[in-house]
Design a binder for this molecule. Structure first.
Ligand code: HEC
Length: 193
């Protein structure tokens, strides 16, 4: 083997080996889960903070407008800043963009069964590495429980002006009729590995 061929062989072997290591690199799932939970904490707190202050200062009809404009915007900002995809989803969505994909539907259906069996909604989360379009993706879903505060806009007895405003913005709304403790939806986060 000439020196040149030998060097070429060594380089090819090194490149191949590096590619193997990168493909099979071990993923620190605990760290990813912790990062996802941190992002949810911040996004959730931001949403709840502004929702509460808008409800107090301007009432529910104004607050619906706030949710309509700001909830997707806050998710977009959280996504841009973190490099994750940060969103909310639901089996009964208000915003049609929040409709679940197959993975989210499967996970949330399982959550509903666990809640029916007595597990508190607030404790439910699921992490999984999945193949999506040839890429490995870390996905994290965390249930969002319904609280008393949510019933103004997601309960069974909406005030007429609240119901009218929701219908005007979301003609296909499915997100009413909830009771405290039920799962209103879920935070859904993903990141390419
Ligand atoms: C003032 C009315 C109002 C209140 C109170 C309210 N929401 Fe909502 N909620 C909305 C609106 C409007 C949307 C649609 C936002 C959008 O377009 O993304 C929404 C969307 C959501 C979504 C995203 C999925 C979907 O159905 O589109 C979740 C999850 C959710 N709300 C949970 C809650 C929870 C939990 C509470 C109580 C802590 C709550 N909401 C209180 C009005 C409200």
């Amino acid at each position: 083997m000439s020196t040149r061929v030998f060097i070429a062989f060594i380089i090819a072997a090194a490149v191949g080996f590096t590619a193997l290591v990168v493909r099979g690199r071990s993923v620190d799932e605990a760290a990813l889960q912790a990062e996802a939970r941190g992002l949810i904490k911040d996004y959730g707190a931001a949403l709840l903070g502004v929702l509460k202050s808008t409800l107090e200062s301007s009432g529910p009809v104004e607050a619906i407008g706030f949710c309509n404009r700001e909830a997707p915007a806050l998710a977009a900002t959280a996504s841009q800043q973190s490099g994750w995809t940060v969103a909310r989803t639901s089996l009964k969505p208000r915003n049609p963009n929040a409709a679940p994909d197959d993975f989210e539907r499967r996970v949330m259906t399982e959550f509903v069964a666990q809640i029916a069996a007595g597990t508190p909604a607030a404790s439910l989360h699921h992490a999984e590495i999945v193949e999506q379009n040839g890429a490995r993706v870390f996905r994290y879903v965390q249930a969002i429980p319904t609280a008393e505060l949510c019933l103004t806009c997601h309960g069974s007895a909406l005030k007429p002006d609240v119901a009218a405003k929701i219908l005007a913005l979301y003609p296909a709304d499915q997100a009413t009729g909830f009771a405290p403790g039920q799962m209103r939806g879920a935070f859904t986060l993903s990141r390419k590995l």
